[in-house]
Every structure is written in structure tokens, then in C-alpha cells.
Design a protein around this ligand. Structure first.
Ligand SMILES: NC(=O)c1ccc[n+]([C@@H]2O[C@H](COP(=O)([O-])OP(=O)(O)OC[C@H]3O[C@@H](n4cnc5c(N)ncnc54)[C@H](O)[C@@H]3O)[C@@H](O)[C@H]2O)c1
Length: 341
């Protein structure tokens, strides 16, 4: 069965998904695309072969599955319109500008029973997956501490070619929700559930409601502790970088710059075992360990064909929203410990 995909939003991430779909090897066809920005709509249509449409409804009429790739504030309305028609839906992260919206969206999608997926793409990173396997190895012992840092230049400039991330009404908030929601998701993917958070935030750029520096300390359900720092600065040479260190009882696993996808991943284990892998060597090691990381867009299309679930889904994204909300509530209180339910 050929799956006809429709696109709502024709910017940076829509273009990424369109390219990944083309490389996925699935039986997919491009249906309609709608973006109120005529230039983007036309450029996307020309590059992908999608049909430029005059409205959201026209896109939803034309497709078997919908990609919601608009700025965040529009996600909820468009997801609800898609699932009201029984359409499977891929929605970008964050689901919504706040936890209430994300909860409502997850409820609607769950209730509709449609295949759904969210762009928490770090779960498909070879570097994160090798790190996860090393941490999960019983020889490493329990997770004692995690140290996560992500930073990027504030994405209202440069390669982002848009400014909506500086507008609270469109983005919801700043670096934690818009960028570090990936880290909150990956942190639990690597190190297990978070039990409580205590956080502080700051705003250097003066954009209303758009925090650009967040520091959170975390207690893990299994006894470990950790920290997450997320910052939006003005160093245009640093578009998006991450460093993650996970200390286990008998191992240290580090995911380092320059690339949170291709590595390097470095590790040291009690007894002298040590390694460092990146790029092709990293992928080969993942394959040797039987770690599967199919193209996420291909996975979505295959799940649509079979009418099956696929991950990360709206419930996975809702969990990341719950964590983000706890961090924001703690920061608003000046650092009180907030339990994560
Ligand atoms: N998973 C990731 O790593 C990742 C990376 C980048 C962006 N994102 C997310 O993807 C979403 C889009 O970000 P982007 O970087 O592509 O932004 P962008 O500015 O490049 O594109 C967003 C587009 O949405 C369009 N739009 C707004 N309202 C619309 C509507 N009602 N219907 C159709 N189009 C509409 C805008 O005109 C704009 O062209 C955001 O939620 C962002 O957080 C995720």
C-alpha cells in the first residue's frame, strides 16, 4: 500500500522529514503541503513533489497520514483536526506550549487509536544507543550520577531562518522546552526514571517568557542523582552541541562533542576496559551489539501500513513534558524540590 503523506508546515524540520522519507525505502507518496508562508510552501512543493494546497483541510483531504511540522503553538489544533479524520499523525516536539496542552493532545490521540509518532529524534542516535547499551550492561553497575549539558546559539537567527522561538505565544517558553526536551527524554532513556527535580533559570536575552539558561538537579528513582544545564547563547559557531557523562558504579560513559549523533562515545570500565568510537566505527559496534535504529520516518510509515504503534509516541513525549513542567515549577519557586509523578 502506498502511504500518501501530507505536510502541515514547510520549514526546516518538514524538509528534514521529507528527505528522511525519501531515504527510508518505504512505499510513500507526497500528497499536499500547506504553509501560510507562500515561499516556503512553493519551495517545499518543488523539492519534494508535494502538491501545494490552499488550506490545512485540503492537505488533510489529500493524505493517509499527516506530518505536523509547524511552530509549536499550532500543533494541538492541527493534530486534533488530523485525528478527527482518523488520520495517523507524526507531530514534532514539543507537543505543545505547555503540559496541559500536551496532556490533552495525548488523550485525544490515544482515544482515536491512530498510529502516532513524535520527533524525539535523539532516541535514534547511534551515539545515544551505544551509550545506553554500555550503561545497561550489568558489568557497569547502577547509575550513580549523570551530567548533561546542551547548548546552542539562540535559534532566532542564523541557520534557523525564523524568529518564532523568541515569541512565547508561539514557542511556549525557551531553551528547556524547545531544545532540552530532547535531553529530558534521553536522560530517562539512558539512566532511568527521574523522581524529583530542583531547578533555577535565567533570562539574559530579555525575551518575555523565553528563558535562555536553565540548571536542574535531579534525583533518580533508582537512587542516582544528576544535573542538566541547557543554555542559549550568542556563539554562532555553536549551533547545537551536547555533552553527557554517566557515572555508574563500575563504568563511566561519555557522549562528547562534536556530534550527539555520530559521537564520539568514550567509556572506561573497572578492570581496564576502555574504548572510544565515532562515525562508522560507532555504527558498526551498534550493529555488532544488535542495536536496531531504523530511520524514524520509515518506521512511522511501516507502522501506518500495519496500523501498529511505534515509538517515540505521544505518551513518550507527554512524559518529557511532565519533566519539563516540573523543572519550570521548581525554577518559578526559586529551586524547591518538585516530585515528578
Ligand atoms: N526534532 C527536532 O530535532 C526538531 C528540530 C527543529 C524543529 N523542531 C520542531 O519542529 C517545529 C517546527 O520547527 P522548524 O524549525 O521547522 O520551524 P520553521 O520556522 O522552519 O518552520 C515552521 C513553519 O510552520 C509554518 N506554519 C505556522 N503555522 C502554520 C499552520 N497553521 N499551518 C501550516 N504551517 C504553519 C510557518 O509559516 C513556518 O514556515 C517546532 O515545533 C520545533 O520545535 C524539532
Amino acid at each position: 500500500m502506498t502511504v500518501r503523506v501530507g505536510f502541515l508546515g514547510a520549514g526546516l524540520i518538514a524538509t528534514f522529514h521529507s528527505k528522511m522519507l525519501r531515504r527510508s525505502g518505504t512505499d510513500v507518496a507526497w500528497a499536499g503541503v500547506w504553509d501560510p508562508d507562500e515561499g516556503r510552501r512553493a519551495a517545499f512543493a518543488q523539492a519534494s513533489g508535494a502538491t501545494p494546497c490552499a488550506s490545512e483541510e485540503e492537505v488533510l483531504e489529500s493524505c493517509d497520514a499527516a506530518y505536523v511540522c509547524t511552530w509549536t503553538a499550532e500543533h494541538r489544533r492541527l493534530v486534533e483536526a488530523a485525528v478527527a479524520r482518523g488520520l495517523p499523525v507524526f507531530c514534532e516536539k514539543p507537543l505543545s506550549t505547555d503540559l496541559a496542552g500536551a496532556t490533552a493532545m495525548a488523550d485525544v490521540v490515544r482515544g482515536a487509536g491512530v498510529t502516532n509518532m513524535v520527533g524525539l529524534i535523539m532516541r535514534r542516535s547511534p551515539a545515544c544507543n551505544l551509550a545506553r547499551d554500555l550503561i545497561a550492561d550489568p558489568a557497569s553497575g547502577r547509575v550513580m550520577s549523570v551530567v548533561f549539558r546542551d547548548d546552542q546559539f539562540i535559534p532566532v537567527q542564523g541557520s534557523y531562518r525564523s524568529t518564532w522561538r523568541g515569541d512565547r505565544a508561539l514557542a511556549g517558553s525557551g531553551t528547556l522546552l524547545e531544545h532540552a526536551i530532547h535531553d529530558l527524554d534521553i536522560l530517562e532513556f539512558l539512566a532511568g526514571r527521574v523522581a524529583s527535580v530542583s531547578a533555577r533559570s535565567a533570562n539574559f536575552h530579555g525575551l518575555d517568557g523565553i528563558e535562555d539558561s536553565v540548571a536542574a538537579t535531579l534525583s533518580l528513582v533508582d537512587g542516582g542523582v544528576g544535573s542538566l544545564v541547557s543554555v542559549w547563547h550568542d556563539i554562532l559557531e555553536r549551533p547545537s552541541l551536547r555533552r553527557m557523562e554517566v557515572f555508574c558504579e563500575r563504568a563511566l560513559v561519555v557522549l562528547d562533542e562534536p556530534d550527539d549523533w555520530w559521537g564520539p562515545v568514550r567509556w572506561t570500565r573497572l578492570g581496564g576496559e576502555a574504548g572510544s568510537l565515532e562515525a562508522e566505527g560507532l555504527v558498526a559496534e551498534c550493529e555488532r551489539r544488535g542495536i536496531e535504529m531504523p530511520n524514524a520516518d520509515g518506521d512511522f510509515i511501516r507502522a501506518v501500513e500495519r496500523g501498529e504503534p511505534v515509538h517515540p509516541d505521544f505518551d513518550d513525549a507527554l512524559r518529557a513534558h511532565v519533566l519539563a513542567d516540573a523543572v519550570y515549577r521548581s525554577a518559578a519557586s526559586g529551586g524547591d524540590s518538585v516530585p515528578v509523578l
